[in-house]
Ligand binder design. Structure first.
Ligand code: PDD
Length: 284
């Protein structure tokens, strides 16, 4: 059975799902997106994802293609039509189709909405989290609006590819002052020697991760102390534990950074508690 995708009002076979070549998402990356994990057929943290999508559109002055209720319906239809239990739901909204010009179209055009779903081996993600992953630091060469979830992802792509070619799972982005911002597609966390968990503040030019927000709630329930403060690459290398968070990666320990072991090179106890709490949360 072919995958079914949604493109501007129609559910179509994935192989036939296309947008116009003048779509501003295609030409300028003038678009925003969300990625929602589907676990046992249910969208994880859908409402916060919709809140962030609406915020991204608002910040870029892209008109919502429809209200939230019909959009929720489109998502559920895509999930039902694909009969996928564990997946990654991708939602992209561009400013729309217009003759190429950097400035916004003078006549209002309808924004484009594309929704796709692919299988995500969530159990594989959980198994990987049990072992931990390797990461490599890369320079953060992005812009000053990383809080907006824009499809303009070239710096992220280049960093991820560089880390991958070194044998890493993720790139740890480091700004010019030596501070870790986030991962190429994840938020970053460390556990300090005093047992306190530290993660950069969302006021500090990073994507406000939905998984990050859920982990903050879970940490509070588990009485794990967290501070939202920037840390340096050196802090990370000297930390007892490190982990990443994202919709597709859940919470995953980082056991090696730039070829150096973090702690004893295996997932540490605090990360493990949070990883397991997040997995229970997803399954609930
Ligand atoms: N990435 N930081 C960046 C730069 C991201 O792209 C993402 C998400 C995150 C984590 O956010 P969340 O917990 O809301 O998924 C942090 C998605 C998964 C992606 O680009 O595919």
């Amino acid at each position: 059975m072919s995958r079914i995708s949604y493109v501007n009002g129609a559910y179509v076979p994935h192989t036939e799902a296309v947008v116009h070549i003048d779509d501003r998402g295609y030409q300028f990356a003038d678009a925003v997106y969300e990625g929602v994990t589907v676990r046992h057929g249910r969208m994880v943290d859908l409402e916060p994802h919709l809140d962030r999508l609406w915020r991204s559109m608002g910040e870029l002055r892209i008109a919502p293609p429809m209200d939230r209720a019909p959009m929720r319906f489109v998502f559920s239809q895509v999930i039902a039509k694909n009969r996928i239990e564990n997946g990654f739901l991708y939602i992209q909204i561009s400013r729309g189709v217009a003759k190429r010009d950097h400035a916004f179209p003078t006549k209002p055009v309808a924004s484009s909405l594309v929704v796709t779903l692919k299988r995500l081996d969530v159990d594989g993600v959980i198994a990987r989290a049990g072992k931990g992953v390797k990461a490599f630091s890369e320079a953060d060469i992005r812009w000053g609006r990383c809080d907006v979830k824009s499809t303009s992802l070239l710096p992220n792509i280049l960093a991820k590819q560089a880390a991958k070619e070194k044998g890493g799972f993720e790139a740890v982005l480091v700004d010019k002052d030596g501070y870790v911002t986030e991962g190429s597609s994840t938020n970053m966390w460390i556990v300090r020697k005093d047992g306190v968990v530290q993660t950069r503040s969302t006021a500090d030019n990073i994507l406000p991760g939905i998984t990050r927000a859920t982990l903050l709630k879970l940490a509070a329930e588990l009485q794990i102390k967290v501070v939202e403060e920037a840390f340096t690459l050196e802090d990370a290398k000297g930390a007892t534990e490190m982990f990443l968070s994202s919709s597709t990666g859940c919470a995953t320990p980082i056991v090696e950074l730039d070829g150096q072991k973090i702690g004893d090179g295996t997932p540490g106890p605090i990360a493990k508690r949070l990883v397991e709490a997040y997995q229970r949360y997803m399954d609930a």
